[in-house]
Design a protein around this ligand. Sequence first.
Ligand SMILES: [Cu+2]
Length: 711
Amino acid sequence: MKAVIPILGLAFFPLIAPNISFAQAPQNIREIVVIGVQDTHTIVTDDTLVAPADTAQMLRMMPGANINKNGELTGIAQYRGMFGDRIQVSVDGAQISGAGPNSMDAPLSYAPVALLESLTINRGITPVSAGQETIGGFVKAKTYSGEFTNSNDFSFNGRAYFGAQSVNEGTVASGFFSLANRNHIFRSFVMNESADDLDFPGGTIAPTEYERERFDLGYGYKKGDHEFSVDFARNNTGDAGTPALPMDILSIDSDLFRSRYNWTSGDYSVTAELFGSDNSHDMTNFRLRRPPQNTTTMAADPMRFRQTYAVSDNVGFSLKLEQFVDNGSWQYGLDGYFTEHDAEITNPNAAAFYIDNFNGSTRDIIGVFAERSLSLSDSLGLDAGIRFNRVSTDTGNISANLNPMNMMTGMPVIMNNLAATLANQFNSQDLSQQDNNVDWFARFSFETDNDFTWYMGAARKTRSASYQERYLWIPMESSGGLADGKTYIGTPDLDAEVAHELELGFDWENGDYNIYPRFFYKEVSDYIQGTPTTNMTANQFSMMMANMGIGLPNPLQFTNTDASFYGMDVESDFALSDRLTLRVVASMVRGKRDDINDDLYRISPDNIILALDYRGNNWMASLESLNYADQDRISATNVELETDGYSIVNLSALINVTDTAELRIGVENLLDEEYLDHLAAYNRAYNPDIAARSRMPGIGRNFYGRMMWYF
Ligand SMILES: [Cu+2]
């Protein structure tokens, strides 16, 4: 087995070959010898200097990864140009399909930073055992769950975490409490966080205030080869602004459940997981932002107030059997994930007004896989696997009433008739769909000498359409958080996307430096993308809405197209002295349509992070420079705007005040640089400091402090 590379970098805690997972599972009895490469990148919150409330923000520091930001708590993971549902996210082994049809409660929002223990991305080709649909990558959040003790007597332990930051007067206070002995642990967690609107050098980004509470209760049991845990969590988000979307969060109330059993004995490891969540969500276009105005009177127009109530119910399971053999391991698995979404749009000023946004839209996946990890020789390793997923979706019939006052003539009558036509078209289609998808991957690692391990991988990965891509029936912006300002309609019989990808790279590990470059190419047939719709009714509907000052004309329809992605990313570190390390992370990606001449939407600009990390005796400090290039490869289809490049400087320090208390202080955007964030979309809320539909600015200078105390 290759050893963990000692890296002095503050933010790095590299793990090698996660299928060996010796770091998390010291209980594995047999030592497995497989030649592998560093195929994950992990940030451990204890070792890093985190400032944001949103866990997804941490992706910006990882090679190939980034965040599509629509609000302060709504970060959507991006990896190598793919984002949203194309990235599989695991929160403590659970998939969470949020209630919001615009991903206001994206999966990573269910692992707040104050509770987070680590965030991991798979670099490049993800093993099929990691998750069901990993076409764009795999992100794993692990929350802090306390520790068993070495004694039979119970003891009380915990962790307090406080934070504050200047840019939005945000505060977070949380406490983790456990009562544990060597076999049992009872744990609980409470958190409260809130913030005001963000500052940027040109004014205020409104509405970006937020408030969120979280409560967890859990129990863990460990004896001999057996481990069992069950955990419940309640998330209550209150008012939270999402200025890049047409509405703001009024509430997100979620109940989350997860349970895990593991038995590791001799030659086998068996893991069973069961999880579920029940999420309900309200959003409005009038509470945190200025309500819509009548275009002639310029007064609030009560007929344009909108409130959406959305719910999702999810349940899933996974069963894994791992068999350790002399030259590696076998892994077999069966997993299922069943989701249902409902969303209805109303107007508090007109009780009869409603639009069924989604009515009982279900998406069920059952998957099976087999995976092999083995050493072909002393210097050659192979990981390979195959997975079969059956994806079934369905939805109920929908309707709407856009003429709540029962007018006899005029716009509401025309709009209501168009909506009725769209509803009839939709309801008469075959809405029940089923895909049978096959994924496979193979990765070779070849150690040429002590410093170099070469790596080559290939994969076929699939993704079936989301419920929005299939079942959005009336032109709306409910697009899973695309936030391009376009309205969309779905296509029920979309084919599954099929990606073929190749990845090449090497690990160059010397005593003084470590360099991990990866080059990738991915071709996606049936890539699902909005294209101009030929549905005359939808076009007419959008045009009339646009004429009334609501939304853009010319809706897009989710369609199977062709696309390709290619680029490279690298992480590296160089020891400049015993205490000083230079850290370099660079990411480049191109995303293009292959069926027409267009670039893909919301692709991260090329960027490079240069950081100097200094490790003192009981403190660490880091000076970082984040450099983003211009993004002029933009999507004409999505009417995307270019952005200029920018550089920001961050400074941070961690001080071990005592053995059990840590203080982190820092400043983000030290020079108060004014810049536009290409991945933060466009302003959709009235704001005297930011023009409507112009790019969202990045945040201004932010002083922050965090205190973590273990007791
Ligand atoms: Cu929402």
